[in-house]
Design a binder for this molecule. Structure first.
Ligand code: SAH
Ligand code: SF4
Length: 354
């Protein structure tokens, strides 16, 4: 089997510095390379013009900065764009560029498929294939930036990142944390940590680890106010019951005025009853949260329905009257299969085998 060369995009600044030191170079060379890797147009060491030629040659012998390929894109009528990203082994993931009022948000994938098996999620249905490397996570930002340039989407900045694409970010913990460090480093991409949100199904040990190691904004996919129902929708509930998830949330460090996000997919007749809204309010009572209600995005392969508008509003109204911040997520990109839980990378498998 051919050995896979070291991809410098997988490295944090500290690791890059150490790598260059290992080649007998000064650590500042690591910083120089790190800064080049933020630029979407850079695909080759020859472009790193402030490095000596000999070093560029050495780097290209010892390593690579290869990027995944943008295979295909689709625009939704609401302006959302879904990008299919081809990885070096032929796997495909998707990321979604979402226009907001004054900025863009990029929804990133962290795994090919997902092992968590949530019943309402297409990515869950496809099963787990593999973890993404840190560089494969980071590169989605670069491909999105190229895409924005190409399509003249530079009216507003790409400012927010949400780890809500394919996969369970905290099940790929080590690579996720590296990607977070690369993406938020002031000398690199410099995304704000409070505008970088990791969404999790509720893996308690990893929530606690992230709190210690590298806290960013956190969103918890709750989806039910009681364990019994939650376990039927989300199998990991059997390992990590609600009480433990909420207690990890309580311990999660928040900046002044910041809140955790609670995501709640509304499934008609399953978790959208008024009593369930009241129960949800009860269990979240002492937590600084904003609740994001996500009306289910249907698909023929999924055995659930989206509740009618009136029921969605009733559910929201109860939470509001209990004093919570509660919003209903307008699902963007529904028409192109780019909305929450619709990512499956089904478009392009054949084209990436070349
Ligand atoms: N694995 C992480 C992040 C990816 S899923 C997590 O589960 O949090 C991102 C969000 O989309 C989660 O809140 C998930 O529950 C939600 N989602 C999954 N399938 C959905 C569907 N069919 N309709 C609406 N939301 C869905
Ligand atoms: Fe995985 Fe999240 Fe989908 Fe559950 S909802 S299967 S954790 S991607």
């Amino acid at each position: 089997m051919k050995e896979v060369p070291l991809n410098l995009r997988d490295l944090t600044l500290e690791e890059l510095e150490a790598f260059l030191e290992g080649l007998g170079e000064a650590p500042f060379r690591g910083r120089q390379v790190f800064r080049w890797l933020v630029r979407p147009e850079v695909e080759d060491f020859s472009q790193m013009t402030d490095l000596p030629k000999s070093l560029r040659k050495r780097l290209s012998q010892e390593s690579t900065i290869e990027l995944p390929r943008l295979l295909e894109h689709r625009f939704s009528t609401d302006g959302t764009a879904k990008l299919a990203v081809g990885l070096r082994d032929g796997e495909v993931v998707e990321c979604v560029l979402i226009p907001e009022r004054d900025h863009y948000t990029l929804c990133l994938s962290t795994q090919v498929g997902c092992a968590m098996g949530c019943r309402f999620c297409l990515t869950g249905r496809m099963g787990f294939r593999r973890n993404l490397f840190p560089g494969e996570i980071v590169s989605q930002v670069l491909l999105a930036r190229r895409f924005m340039q190409e399509f003249g989407l530079e009216d507003k900045p790409l400012r927010n990142l949400v780890f809500m694409g394919m996969g369970e970010p905290l099940a790929n913990y080590r690579h996720l944390v590296k990607a977070l460090k690369i993406l938020t480093h002031p000398q690199g991409f410099h995304f704000a940590r409070k505008r970088t949100t990791v969404s999790t199904v509720g893996l308690v040990p990893q929530i606690r680890a992230l709190a210690e190691e590298y806290p960013v904004a956190l969103a918890i996919s709750l989806h039910a106010p009681e364990n019994e129902l939650r376990a039927r929708l989300i199998p990991t509930t059997r390992r990590y019951p609600l009480e433990e998830i909420l207690s990890a949330c309580r311990a999660y460090p928040l900046k002044r005025g910041a809140r955790l996000t609670i995501e709640y997919v509304l499934l008609e007749g399953i978790n959208d009853h008024p009593w369930q809204a009241r129960r949800l309010a009860e269990i979240l009572r002492d937590l600084p949260v904003k609740i994001n209600l996500i009306p289910f995005n249907p698909h023929p392969d999924l055995p659930f329905r989206r509740p009618p508008e009136a029921r969605i509003q009733r559910f929201q109204q109860i939470l509001l009257s209990e004093g919570f911040v509660a919003t209903v997520r307008k699902s963007k990109g529904l028409d192109i299969g780019a909305a929450c839980g619709q990512l499956r990378a089904e478009l392009t498998l054949s084209q990436n085998s070349a």
